[in-house]
Write a protein that binds this ligand. Structure first.
Ligand SMILES: *Cc1c(COP(=O)(O)O)cnc(C)c1O
Length: 355
């Protein structure tokens, strides 16, 4: 399959804006080409030049770390930017559709909505797995993209690899596998399978395991042809130079990631055991992410009780298949202990009141 055949016609005909930094990418010389301020800034004296529009230094390091050529990597202002650009590249407004599997990450729907792209929904099964037959039955000629999130937000589980492979292989459009939480999972990334699937885009982020949510940097991995299109339609300088420096610093100490993840998993296990031991909790869903979805009576009241003690969790009780569920991000040991103490207090007060 030639993925570029699926692009919106005007996108495949587009010629790129050529920025000053595109036309000459050398580091040496006297730069009089970009209307920058030659006297420098008065903050640090180093931010008066436009940054590298293609973030090559980061991509070279990522290429080694992720074992994929740099030309197959796109960097966005958060993975949310990659999601938005993908929808814009492939889905004709007021005509095409994306296929979503609720309950899932909210930004797919938001981005589709902003771009006037339709949404078709096929709920996950009761154990939050994709219903392959129902998904295939829902595909129409308008269905251009399928979003698969594994490990899934808000349920936390990983999806069966066999189903994911079958969906990617048989879907007639672009399939996005969102691996925002894959660093917390024992499941290998789909990056290693990109060569088998020309219609696959894998999304990851620096916002979760890397601890850099504030910087807003996300990654997309795909075929050279598709990455070229994302680079063509992105805003020219979508990642600031300051941000690029910080990401490079993090990548220079990439060995720390594993330790951070191990700490996080130990805390998740602690929180999971404590919640499972609570009489009030009906179910803690198995998690491959850095949060736990938890089913309990009067979820909204529990949420509000916690809020009064300035402990903020995510109320998912109105979300499909998540009735009576709260999503709790794993904190530090101190934070988890404070949460658990407040939770037991709120839960016992509620249990007494509702008897
Ligand atoms: C948090 C999250 C992201 C990350 O988005 P960024 O824009 O990179 O911060 C992506 N997908 C899912 C499913 C998430 O939960």
């Amino acid at each position: 399959m030639d993925i570029t055949a699926l692009l919106r016609p005007h996108i495949s005909k587009l010629s790129p804006y050529s920025s000053a930094r595109d036309e000459y990418s050398g580091k040496e010389g006297i730069f009089l080409d970009a209307n920058e301020n030659p006297f420098g800034d008065w903050v640090d004296g180093q931010y008066h030049r436009y940054p590298d529009p293609y973030q090559q230094a980061i991509k070279e390091k990522l290429s080694t770390l992720k074992r994929i050529p740099a030309e197959q990597i796109f960097l966005g202002n958060g993975s949310d930017e990659a999601i938005d650009l993908l929808i814009r590249a492939f889905c004709e407004p007021n005509q095409d559709e994306v296929l979503l599997l609720p309950p899932t990450y909210g930004m797919y729907e938001v981005s589709a909505g902003i771009n006037a792209v339709g949404i078709r929904r096929v709920p996950l099964t009761a154990d939050f797995q994709p219903d392959v037959a129902a998904i295939q039955a829902a595909i129409s000629p308008k269905t251009k993209m399928l979003f698969l999130c594994s490990p899934n937000n808000p349920s936390g589980n990983k999806m069966e690899r066999k189903s994911l492979r079958q969906l990617i292989r048989e879907f007639p459009g672009v399939v996005v596998v969102d691996e925002a939480y894959s660093d917390f999972s024992d499941e290998p990334s789909f990056i290693s399978e990109l060569a088998d699937f020309p219609n696959l885009v894998v999304i990851q982020t620096f916002s979760k395991a890397w601890g850099l949510a504030n910087l807003r940097v996300g990654m997309a991995f795909s075929s050279v042809a598709l990455i070229r299109v994302l680079n063509l339609i992105k805003p020219p300088y979508n990642i600031s130079g300051l941000t690029q420096e910080k990401v490079l610093q993090a990548l220079d100490q990439a060995e720390l990631l594993e330790r951070r993840v191990a700490d996080m998993l130990a805390e998740r296990a602690y929180l999971e055991r404590a919640l499972e031991a609570s009489d009030f909790v009906q179910k803690v869903f198995p998690s491959h992410a850095n949060f736990l979805l938890c089913k309990l009576p009067h979820a909204r009241d529990v949420y509000e009780g916690l809020l009064k003690q300035f402990i903020i969790v995510r109320d998912r009780s109105k979300v499909l298949l998540c009735a009576d569920c709260l999503r709790i991000s794993v904190g530090t040991r101190e934070e988890n202990e404070a949460f658990l103490a407040a939770f037991e207090q709120v839960a016992s007060a509620l249990a007494a009141e509702k008897l």
